[in-house]
Design a protein around this ligand. Structure first.
Ligand SMILES: [Fe+2]
Length: 186
């Protein structure tokens, strides 16, 4: 299950947990309320037949899927690690199912504070379009994840600032109005 906490701002090794002292954990409901990020649990060893994933794919119409690996032996590891960790947003949701390894997604809450999400095998997360976020490996330096998309995938990141983008304005409106709790299954 995804665990999340408010993250101490630090330029020291991004692959560490970066807790405040004392730790400031959030529940997944609190995370959803202040960001719109949704988390689900999937049987990663037989995800093809997992009911939660099946339902999500049907309800949301995901038609594209692929798998990505990232680890310390990947080509251009250092450069990619920094690129993924650059604060950005997308015009579409970012959906990831972790099938092996682990890592951190960081998302900004409504007050622009970083929340760190620890993801491990079986965690599926949906990061809304228009939210500022970033990714990093943790100290285990390995992740394998499935990506899903509706239609032809667009992975393009737009680095902050991107305040004039339609998806950003739309996200801020949704944040202001409150996210629909019935979509959460966590
Ligand atoms: Fe992203």
């Amino acid at each position: 299950m995804v665990r999340c906490w408010y993250m101490e701002e630090s330029s020291f090794d991004q692959r560490l947990e970066h807790h405040f002292d004392p730790c400031q954990y959030l529940s997944l409901l609190e995370l959803f309320d202040c960001t719109g990020v949704e988390c689900f649990k999937v049987d990663h060893e037989s995800y093809e037949t997992d009911e939660t994933l099946k339902n999500l794919r049907t309800e949301r119409g995901y038609t594209f899927e692929d798998e990505i690996h990232f680890h310390s032996g990947s080509p251009n590891y250092e450069e990619k690690l920094q690129n993924f960790y650059t604060e950005h947003l997308h015009t579409h949701e970012e959906i990831r199912l972790i099938v092996a390894g682990s890592g951190y997604f960081d998302v900004r809450d409504k007050d622009d504070r970083w929340i760190r999400l620890k993801v491990t095998a079986g965690d599926l997360i949906i990061i809304p379009s228009g939210i500022y976020h970033r990714f990093t490996l943790d100290v285990n330096n390995y992740i394998k994840a499935k990506r899903y998309f509706i239609g032809i995938p667009i992975w393009l990141p737009y680095n902050r600032p991107a305040e004039d983008m339609f998806c950003r304005k739309e996200y801020l409106e949704r944040l202001e109005q409150g996210f629909k709790v019935e979509r959460l299954n966590a």
